[in-house]
Design a protein around this ligand. Structure first.
Ligand code: MG
Length: 164
């Protein structure tokens, strides 16, 4: 049986992963409204990935005999300003998620919950990738500045992202 504090932390993280998915889907809709379908596609794939993260925690909790309790998901913003600001928000959000995962790791360590520590290794590696891919887009947007031609080329490049 899983420790109840670890169970609560995982339930909260399920909600957080759904919020991430919701936030990126909202960003995707914003890009669609600006007719940048490549940025929109990238964010939609990111949104789908977050659903996978939520379900990974969901399945893990059930495997451990825990009880999944779904919390309400906060409404995300619908306006995101310039693309650079928006992707800086993605990066900032992923850094926050990394902190959340690290906190669950510390909690599980304090409870000698080795199974949860092993499960979290996947997420710790995943967060390295999440931060890296958001950082890459931020750096490319900094180079593009407000040049419409450069933004269109980047939009086309991002449309090629495949789901992992
Ligand atoms: Mg995630």
């Amino acid at each position: 049986m899983i420790d109840s504090d670890v169970e609560d932390a995982i339930n909260t993280q399920i909600r957080n992963e759904y919020y991430s998915s919701y936030l990126y889907l909202s960003m995707s809709a914003y890009c669609e409204s600006k007719n940048f379908s490549g940025f929109a596609s990238w964010l939609r794939k990111q949104s789908e990935e977050e659903l996978g993260h939520a379900l990974k925690f969901f399945d893990y909790l059930i495997d451990r005999g825990g009880r999944v309790v779904l919390d309400s998901i906060e409404q995300p913003s619908s306006e995101f300003g310039a693309f650079l600001e928006m992707f800086e928000e993605v990066l900032e959000h992923e850094r926050e998620v990394t902190g959340m995962i690290n906190n669950i790791y510390d909690l599980a360590a304090s409870k000698n919950d080795q199974a949860t520590l092993v499960m979290l290794h996947w997420f710790i590696e995943e967060q390295v990738e999440e931060e890296k891919s958001a950082e890459e887009v931020v750096e490319q947007l900094k180079l593009a500045e407000d040049n419409p031609a450069a933004l269109l080329i980047l939009d086309r490049e991002l449309s090629a992202r495949t789901s992992e």
